[in-house]
Design a binder for this molecule. Structure first.
Ligand code: PAF
Length: 285
């Protein structure tokens, strides 16, 4: 079923909640691919009812980012969800979520702002306000759907860490489930933004996963010096790939540690053909 209105979604979900059925929410911005499908499968396995939200959230995009260009494929997304046993696709308009006229003025909205220590690095450094927008919409979706479980991909590892922190800090009674990155056979992490890449761009983009694999191999061979691990990337970079960041931080707190350890994660962001791509890998097995 496709639902576009908040009150209709609430009406639909209420009987399931009263019957004590478990509800799983998979929040997405649509343009669904096999990465999302793995979240849907995990939700289906764990929950009696599965809601997938499809909402390109305007407040998590900066003024020079791809909000208008972001792929919108609701018909295909809905079909994929139906085929895979999703009970409800919730796809509200920006006006439904933020009120009429919101697009003209966004300075009168209550935001949920995660702590600076979590957002002053990695994607948060170049995407100012991005995680405020993410936490705000995720909170709204949590309040609308009131799921028992919510499923997020590890590809957006900083987002997942920040959402877990928000849920803990705000005592939100929802269990957050992180699901492993899904990759093409080539190693490229699946992303809705891969659609913007040419075939050549997709080949160039393999540098991200190669750099991460290389760092992991070096760590497993015993290198724990963080600068030494990061330096292994430079021989793999080329002119077609513009590195935005490569960092190694604690997997749960995003803190900089003195030495890499089994709980460290390497994070990378690059631009390929002008498309911003991210990837990450846990160093320990
Ligand atoms: O990861 C995403 O697609 C989005 O950031 C999310 C969590 C759906 C919030 O808009």
């Amino acid at each position: 079923m496709l639902i576009k209105k908040i009150n209709e979604l609430r009406e639909y979900i209420q009987p399931y909640k009263s019957d004590k059925e478990t509800v799983g929410l998979v929040p997405t911005m649509g343009a669904l691919h096999n990465g999302h499908l793995s979240l849907i499968k995990a939700a289906k396995e764990k929950c009696d009812r599965v809601v997938v939200s499809v909402f390109v959230n305007p407040i998590q995009f900066g003024p020079n980012e791809d909000y208008n260009k972001y792929p919108r494929t609701l018909d295909a997304d809905y079909e994929l969800c139906t085929k895979n046993g999703v009970d409800v696709v919730f796809s509200p308009s920006p006006a439904e979520m933020y009120g009429e006229g919101f697009i003209l003025s966004n300075d009168n909205l209550t935001y949920v702002c995660p702590p600076f220590n979590y957002t002053d690095k990695l994607c948060g450094k170049s995407r100012i306000g991005h995680f405020d927008g993410v936490c705000t919409v995720v909170n709204k979706l949590f309040n609308i759907v009131q799921p028992d479980f919510a499923f997020f991909g590890e590809k957006d590892a900083q987002q997942l860490i920040i959402i877990k922190k928000m849920v803990k800090d705000l005592n939100i009674p929802i269990e957050i489930i992180g699901c492993p990155i899904v990759r093409e056979e080539s190693g490229l992490a699946l992303s809705s933004r891969n659609k913007y890449l040419s075939d050549k761009g997709k080949k160039d983009a393999l540098v991200l996963s190669k750099i991460l694999q290389n760092i992991k191999q070096c760590y497993l061979k015993g290198i724990t010096d963080i600068d030494a691990l990061k330096e292994t990337a430079f021989s793999l970079l080329n002119d077609n790939v513009e590195l935005e960041y490569l960092e190694i931080y604690n997997s749960e707190t995003l803190e900089q540690e003195e030495k890499a350890n089994n709980n460290s994660r390497a994070f990378i962001a690059c631009r390929v053909e002008g498309v911003r791509l991210i990837d990450n890998i846990k160093l320990g097995d």
